[in-house]
Each structure stands twice: as C-alpha cells, then as structure tokens.
Design a protein around this ligand. Sequence first.
Ligand code: NAD
Length: 237
Amino acid sequence: MRNKRRVATALGIDFNLHHLSAGETTDSVLELVARLNASPGVDAILVQLPLPVLIDPARVIEAVDPGKDADGFHPLNIGRLAEGRPGLALPGTPAGCMELLRHYAVPVSGARAVVIGRSTIVGRPMALLLVNANATVTICHSRTVDLPGICREADILVVAAGRPGMVDSTYVKPGACVIDVGTTLVEGKLCGDVDFDSVRQVAGHLSPVPGGVGPMTIAMLMRNTLALARARRVITD
Ligand code: NAD
C-alpha cells in the first residue's frame, strides 16, 4: 500500500486510505463502499486484499461500482474479460505481465502459454488475457499431473503459485519466456516461485522477483485509475 500511495502521489492522483478498524463488519465496509461509489470526487476504488476474515471479500468487491473498479475484479469486468471484450480496468498483475510481453516483443499470438495458478486475482485473468491475445493457454494448479512436463511445452510460462523456488530449469523449454509472479517472504527476504539461477541458464527471457511484475502491477493500477477517471469525465463533462 505504501508503494501504491507513493506512485499515486508522484502522478498527482489524490490517494485516500480508508483503514479498516478491528471491529469492522461486512455491512460497515459495504456502507463505506456505497459512500465512495456515490462520491463525485472519487474516480477509482481499490479493495486491498486480503480483507480481515470476518469481512466477505466477494460481497465487497461486487459492491464496488464497476465504473470505479480500479483492480478490474468486479464480476462484470471479469465477465467482460472472459467474453473477450474487456472493460477499461484490467486486473493489475496479469495486465502487468502482458505489458512486459509487449515491451520485450515476446510473440504471444499462436504461442503456447502455461499459467501456474488459478486464483481469481492472478491465474484466471492471466489466462484470459493470454487467450484474448491469441495464445494457446493451459492453466495448471495444485492438482495438475506432470506439472514440469506441461510447463516444458510453454513458450510463455507465468508462475503464480506462491511456492518459493518451485520452478527450476527442468520446467522450462530452452528459449522460453518465464514470468515469475510469486512473492513470499522467506526469512525476511522476498522470494519468487522461480529458482532464478537455475532458470536463467535456459530461459530466453526471465522476469525476476523482486523488481519484475510487482512494479508493473502498481503501474497498471495507475493506468486503470486514469482510464476510469477519463471515462467518467467524458460522460459527465
Ligand atoms: P493463491 O494462493 O490464491 O493461488 C495459488 C494458486 O497456485 C492456486 O490456484 C493453486 O492451485 C496453485 N498452486 C499452489 N501450489 C501449487 C503447486 N505446487 N503446483 C501447482 N500449482 C500450485 O495465490 P495468488 O493470489 O494467485 O498469488 C500467487 C502468488 O503471486 C503469491 O506468491 C502472491 O504473493 C503473488 N502475487 C504477486 C503479485 C505482485 O504484484 N507481484 C500480485 C498478486 C499475487
């Protein structure tokens, strides 16, 4: 959150943090969201996950006005993404991965892509963005059989399992593009899911942790915010 505030402030975006107190309930958070939805001065709302256990994240995310959905997690926006006609705001981490692929001119159309992880915030939207860009996509998860074998077929391998160091060179086709999304604190140090020193021997491109997808996620959040703010002004001006 500190980095999000820092980047937003540097860009001239008014950033207001609504810190939830210990006694907060789903209903009180829904009231806050309703106030922000109704406020003409608010262009974008981010629900920082995970929420405290007593608060239902699905109800809170669904309550956000889809036109102020900074993270692109509202079911309407995810549904549009699934239909192949995404809205203005795309889920930040997967969109950041797509931006890395675009920036480094990694061919996506026709490529074999494998995504490890099927969460609603990373794995699933990542797979949708890749398929919308005409990749042939396989989603792997904790019950996948022969994970290394499937990963070795990938031209693009996106790893978002939250298992530090699980992907080594035996998972990687020579020349493949590997994007490490995982972030786990191990003895105070941020570790990715990819064994960097092993995979760098075979990969054509390798996005590291820290320093790869993390900053891109924040950049995409800012891009979403700008797009939502512009759209609201076009409508109301
Ligand atoms: P999650 O726990 O919701 O999902 C993890 C997924 O990985 C699940 O679908 C699970 O089936 C799969 N998985 C777990 N162990 C596996 C295994 N051994 N083999 C195959 N699949 C396995 O996590 P998430 O929210 O999707 O996040 C994934 C990782 O990405 C975490 O480390 C998280 O901290 C990180 N993350 C980073 C950013 C960023 O900005 N860099 C943003 C979001 C998440």
